[in-house]
Design a protein around this ligand. Structure first.
Ligand code: NAD
Length: 276
């Protein structure tokens, strides 16, 4: 029978460990969320963070900035929070509105507060195997899922679909560090179904609803679906054609309720580490 890898189970396991760590601190870690405007995606993620952090007793303050904020005012607000000793971690929702650039924030964020790996310093850290560097929360969430369900990566063939700097590339480095043999695929990859079918672990991070069909998997596949899409019926879905793929494979994470449900727990874990 297919193992369904549920984000709620992974987060529940993480919560026990995080609560223990928090109980040993004599202060409360504090996250600053910077949100410009009110994009529905940002608001949904923000609600998830507020709920998770409240459950753990962590502080979060949302700094909502108007969509028409000037560049100078945006950079000044970012600097203020970056320099505030009471802020231990910063999460800037991106992409920003077209009139703003995130260049100043990316180049200036204190790497020790950069708990979702925005700065090039943390990205370089991930690529050079620095254990102190913060990886993007989604990439770490995939690793947490595999660890929770006791899937050892040593010597395994992993195929990651997607080469972005937020998911595919950093995840490939985290998996390499666990001794997996990693292939990264993208829109120009040839014979994609064939490559994927031979993977022990398949990670879908293409951002295309239902592109991963039964042709891409075997009964040995462990499938992690990172995609967050809206299908033709207006429903949230992943990159995997779940109904047809799930019955075939060894294990699969659903959307919603899979990797996405672990991301906020990783954010909490990173905040606690930053605060310490
Ligand atoms: P992106 O658009 O930056 O990158 C997508 C990558 O997939 C590209 O490298 C592209 O080459 C590749 N790709 C696209 N279509 C493909 C196809 N048909 N075949 C092969 N490769 C293909 O996206 P991203 O920011 O990396 O996000 C990917 C997905 O993950 C999105 O659906 C996004 O919403 C989701 N996401 C989820 C979380 C989470 O918490 N679960 C967090 C971040 C992003």
């Amino acid at each position: 029978m297919t193992l369904i890898m549920k984000g709620s189970e992974v987060s529940a396991g993480m919560k026990l460990k995080l609560a223990e760590e928090i109980s040993q601190l004599d202060f409360t870690p504090s996250l600053a969320i910077i949100r410009v405007g009110s994009r529905p995606d940002d608001l949904a993620y923000e609600r998830g963070i507020l709920k998770r952090f409240e459950g753990l007793g962590l502080n979060v303050k949302v700094h909502e900035l108007p969509e028409d904020i000037s560049h100078a005012d945006f950079d000044a607000e970012f600097s203020r929070l970056n320099n505030d000793k009471n802020v231990h971690g910063i999460l800037l929702f991106r992409p920003l509105p077209a009139n703003l650039s995130d260049e100043f924030a990316v180049n200036n964020i204190n790497p020790k507060k950069d708990i979702d790996c925005m700065s090039k310093i943390n990205i370089a850290g991930i690529f050079s195997g620095d254990n102190e560097a913060f990886a993007p929360c989604t990439a770490s969430a995939v690793m947490e899922m595999l660890a929770h369900y006791n899937f050892d990566l040593t010597g395994k063939n992993v195929v990651i679909i997607g080469r972005s700097l937020v998911v595919g590339r950093p995840l490939s480095m985290l998996m390499l560090a666990k001794n997996a043999t990693v292939t990264i695929c993208h829109t120009k990859t040839q014979n994609l179904p064939e490559i994927c079918k031979h993977a022990d672990i398949l990670v879908a991070a293409a951002g295309k609803a239902g592109v991963i069909t039964s042709e891409f998997v075997s009964d040995k596949s462990i499938v992690l679906d990172v995609g967050i899409n809206v299908n033709a019926q207006g429903k949230l879905c992943g990159d995997v054609d779940y109904d047809n793929v799930a019955p075939i494979v060894q294990a699969i994470s659903p959307v919603p309720g899979g990797v996405g449900a672990v991301t906020t727990s990783v954010l909490a874990k990173n905040l606690i580490r930053a605060a310490k």
